[in-house]
Design a protein around this ligand. Sequence first.
Ligand code: ZN
Length: 290
Amino acid sequence: MSTKRFLGYDTDEKSKLVINKEQALIIERIYDEFLSGKTVDCIKRILEKEGVKNWNGKAMWQSTTISSILGNEKYKGDAILQKSYTVDFLSKKRTKNEGHIQQYHMEENHEAIIDPLIWEAVQLEQKRRSQYIKEHGTNSYSHKPETNPFAGKVICGTCNKALTRKGWKTKNGYRKVWQCQDRYYAKGVQGCTNRHVDEAVLKEVFILSWNRLLDNQEELKKKWEISVEFGDPLEQYRAVQFADMSENGEHIKDVDTDFILRTLNHIKVFETGKIVIQFMDKSEITCEGE
Ligand SMILES: [Zn+2]
């Protein structure tokens, strides 16, 4: 097996997979960035901007390559054997195993780069994101978060669709507002009746909610402990992540993109002015409107 294009491993003289330490760091980084809320497109831009080198020594990355790195079970240190089997020993022609012979799942066949729990968490996060996209009628989980950290995360409380951002010209420049994409569904037809919301309000509510979450830390710790013990790998990961992030209990005054991507599941905006923030650990904070 050639490992030239297989980032993270080399083969030794017995053709056993051994970790390539330098490349393994990149693999870990990709898994980490993904669980921190970034999409493969966003990770691609980060790696290229930082000049991180791919297998061919060039700082060029494909979103599809990053996707397949995230789904490659080899990184969790085992391999499904008998995925294909030899039909004809002479021609060495192989067919895909579709249940003709039993698949053997060999644990710890070679050294892992990614903890199996983290690997499973990434697969669950992939699934969660595709469900999220379907549920909220958006075509990207988080489009260009560098310039639009709330992208895809503001949801209409009336029709459950993702709101879109518009720039309204005012005498002081552009005012950013979020509006339901169904508002003007068709000309002359009344679309969704939900009103727009200012981005400044969303940001303010987000900061307020995070700080309120910190104030309930003791209560939440019990919830996180249960998640760590009984949750699926993604719930376990989130619980540990939130416990770490809230440990010092320091209130925040401002937020950046990384923080929003890491912590915010979505913000739901209702016609009454009520705003509900759901964090990645599924904690919810409700802010009643005026
Ligand atoms: Zn709507």
